[in-house]
Design a protein around this ligand. Sequence first.
Ligand SMILES: Nc1ncnc2c1ncn2[C@@H]1O[C@H](COP(=O)(O)OP(=O)(O)O)[C@@H](O)[C@H]1O
Ligand SMILES: O=C(O)[C@@H](O)C(=O)COP(=O)(O)O
Length: 425
Amino acid sequence: MSSPARLKIGCIADDFTGATDLANNLVRAGMRVVQTIGVPQAPLDTEADAVVVALKSRTIPANEAIAQSLDALRWLQAQGAQQLYFKYCSTFDSTPAGNIGPVTEALMDALGCDFTIATPAFPDNKRTVFKGYLFAGDVLLNESGMQNHPLTPMTDPNLVRVLQAQCQRKVGLIDHNVVAQGEAAIRARIATLKAEGVGIAIVDAVSNADLLRMGPALSDMSLVTAGSGVAIALPANFGLQPTDQAAALPAAGGLQAVVSGSCSVATNQQVLHFIQSGRPALAIDPLRIAAGQDVRAEALAWAQDKIAQGPVLIYSTAEPSTVKSIQGQLGVEQAGAMVEQTIAGIARSLVELGVRQLVVAGGETSGACVQALEIEQMRIGGQIDPGVPWCHAASPAARQGLHITLKSGNFGTPDFFTKAFTALA
Ligand SMILES: Nc1ncnc2c1ncn2[C@@H]1O[C@H](COP(=O)(O)OP(=O)(O)O)[C@@H](O)[C@H]1O
Ligand SMILES: O=C(O)[C@@H](O)C(=O)COP(=O)(O)O
């Protein structure tokens, strides 16, 4: 086994789909990237410029998120990572208890880092930050629907205030006027903030040009914290330029399927689009799972005689009123866990049937599917839509490995479920 080169960027992501989102942006900017599911037990055994360690630490208790993140940091340091990147959601999903602030500060302490940035800006997916205020699309974060998020309701769009509530260190702002002037002005502002006792600064960015202007000023920062957007600007600091080779994956083959447990607005549109295009789609009824029916076996039998003709979709995706009614009958957590386990079981059975191109929709659903497929590591390939790349992974269920994409609930155009397979052809 050849000994891999020193990692340029070591990344810690607080969820699985967010991890592929970050990996995708690093690949687009020229890095070869591997994503691991959790913290690996062994050293990296393949060439990569960056590794993204995917955790599920977004909404767990802050002390557990810190412990897992420090574990990931130690592994990345052992692989020689030259810069660390903590990735969180582009809608800054967190509560006054964390976990963005506590994890950032624990990583800073461990790295002896006296200053870092924080920006969830991801203009390709319409997340922008101006004067410290986060916009999702054309509206402020707290008007975007995120104010109703069940676990991390975002009711304040001012990120300086939001992050300060989670941090011991003083939080400041590098605003758009400074970012627009480029590296020297950003470095000067950082020096001023440090002199004022600020340890973490929210940074404005309303376009990719802003992110690219920011990049050179981050070249010597041991820790960067951000959504995935900032990643487009970092590979250049290591002398890398965009190249198709960074996204190279093995040739794709085998059967094609989509499984969806996401109930987000974008996914609902994607399911509808797939059905309206006349392709085979099977809805899963959570109440039948709860009643003890073998929904997995039924789904497999349904798929078996259709899948040779082209991609099939198996979904529990539903509109908010239906989801609420099911949650009312089964309980929120029980309904979620039951559906996740069923879809993950179906994904495993489909791969055992010969599916080698698998689209998974939903963050939690992706976590369950990746676990059911016993995937430990994924190589990141080309982008299908902003934030969503194809990946290639080994799995005991697929001898030569499989192509898999983990789609965040809110990402992707309405035709994503068909476009994904065309992109791989
Ligand atoms: N019809 C349904 N009724 C109730 N819960 C559902 C239904 N379909 C999916 N779920 C659950 O909703 C959650 C969706 O979360 P997730 O997979 O993270 O999607 P997203 O990325 O869109 O948030 C999962 O726990 C899933 O099992
Ligand atoms: O930064 C983002 O928006 C995404 O990468 C992300 O983290 C999305 O999370 P989920 O919507 O929970 O999949």
